[in-house]
Design a protein around this ligand. Structure first.
Ligand SMILES: *Cc1c(COP(=O)(O)O)cnc(C)c1O
Length: 362
């Protein structure tokens, strides 16, 4: 088994894309000038564009945003690629590493649906090594994940930590061991969309020693910017370079970049931290109260901003909440979750009303 930690992740990229240059946009040549007539843009702003800020194509990877994200995620700017949500990151990874119609990814259900969606759209096989539930805790079977990846020659293993919809955190030591076992064979992608709520170390710290680890982060959840669509892939700089060449020419609308920079400024970032602490306290209190509410079979300990709950009658719970105008996520179509709902944490008042609806006898 190849356990050489120095193996470049380029070996995992599709051979036909390793020297792919991608689209050469008007921004590719680093030219200097006063009058820019090289991109077929309008010389005048639109009447509705009061600040005249939308006339030109945006910088593909604005330096200020890369630096702010690098500071936030504690990595080098060359180790990250910003894009249209982590969803774009997932899609880029699948496309750059898996040959269509051929290669495979490994996932562990129940999990976030976009890994399988991207794979399917790309004609890539999806191998499922389901999470195991023992004594009310969700666990990944890391040996089975490694065995499946090797046996099926998979290019990517997608881990989600904390998991959606389980809320379970994966042990960082196990992730490192998996990456060591798959060095030179597969990329281990750790989706950390909810890690801010977990108070746990990020897998980003593994990238320096395990070049086949990539981490997905997003501003959509804890940073409250879902509509700005800013997600980040953090990985070995050589892999990031390949992904950039596979990405669409101008992925970041300038208005979204501006909002993200404001949201990462000192005051907003401080408030984000306070809100994360509130969500965590609310989550643990809600989970504890729900655990003894009538008609509830199980509440899973969560490290994210939601709780997964099993009900004697999930349909009735869903309907009682809906009748009060509260919409939660029906998980019943997911494998093994035929009695479960996923409830996102809201404001303290909203959480209190969820609790009072579910504590009232049906
Ligand atoms: C919400 C979520 C995302 C976020 O995706 P964006 O495209 O960044 O909004 C990514 N992964 C998981 C597991 C999620 O639940």
């Amino acid at each position: 088994m190849d356990t050489n930690l120095d193996t470049s992740p380029l070996a995992l990229v599709r051979a036909d894309l390793r020297d792919f240059g991608g689209y050469r946009s008007a921004r590719s040549d680093r030219l200097q000038g006063e009058v820019w007539l090289n991109a077929n843009e309008s010389p005048w702003p639109n009447l509705a564009d009061r600040e005249g800020s939308l006339r030109r194509y945006p910088d593909p990877q604005p330096q200020a945003l890369r630096e702010a994200l690098a500071a936030l995620y504690e990595c080098a700017p060359e180790q990250l690629l910003a894009g249209r949500g982590s969803d774009e990151g997932i899609d880029l990874l699948v496309r750059a590493l898996c040959r269509p119609g051929n290669d495979a990814i490994v996932v562990s259900t129940p999990t976030f649906g976009m890994y399988a969606v991207s794979a399917r759209l790309h004609g890539t096989r999806v191998i499922d090594v389901p999470l195991r539930e023992t004594d009310g805790e969700w666990r990944s079977d890391f040996n089975a994940l490694a065995d499946a990846a090797v046996a099926q020659d998979a290019r990517i293993v997608f881990l989600c930590s904390p998991g959606n919809p389980t809320g379970a955190l994966l042990p960082i030591g196990e992730i490192a061991a998996l990456a060591a076992r798959l060095a030179g064979r597969a990329l281990v992608v750790v989706d950390e969309a909810y890690i801010e709520f977990a108070d746990a170390p990020s897998a980003i710290r593994l990238i320096g020693t395990h070049r086949n680890v990539a981490v997905l982060r997003t501003l959509s959840k804890a940073h409250a910017l879902a509509a700005a669509r800013i997600g980040t892939v953090i990985a070995d700089a050589e892999l990031i370079d390949v992904l950039r060449r596979c990405q669409a020419p101008y992925p970041l609308p300038s208005a979204c970049t501006d909002e993200a920079l404001r949201a990462l400024g000192r005051d907003a970032a401080l408030q984000t931290r306070t809100r994360i602490a509130t969500v965590r306290a609310e989550r643990d209190a809600l989970a504890q109260r729900l655990a003894s509410a009538p008609g509830i079979r199980r509440v899973y300990a969560s490290r994210a901003n939601f709780v997964l709950v099993r009900f004697d009658d999930a349909q009735s719970a869903f309907e009682r909440l809906l009748a009060a105008g509260v919409v939660v996520r029906d998980m019943r179509a997911a494998p093994g979750l035929g009695d479960a709902l996923r409830i996102s944490l809201g404001t303290p008042q909203q959480n209190a009303s969820v609790l009072s609806i579910l504590e009232a006898r049906a």
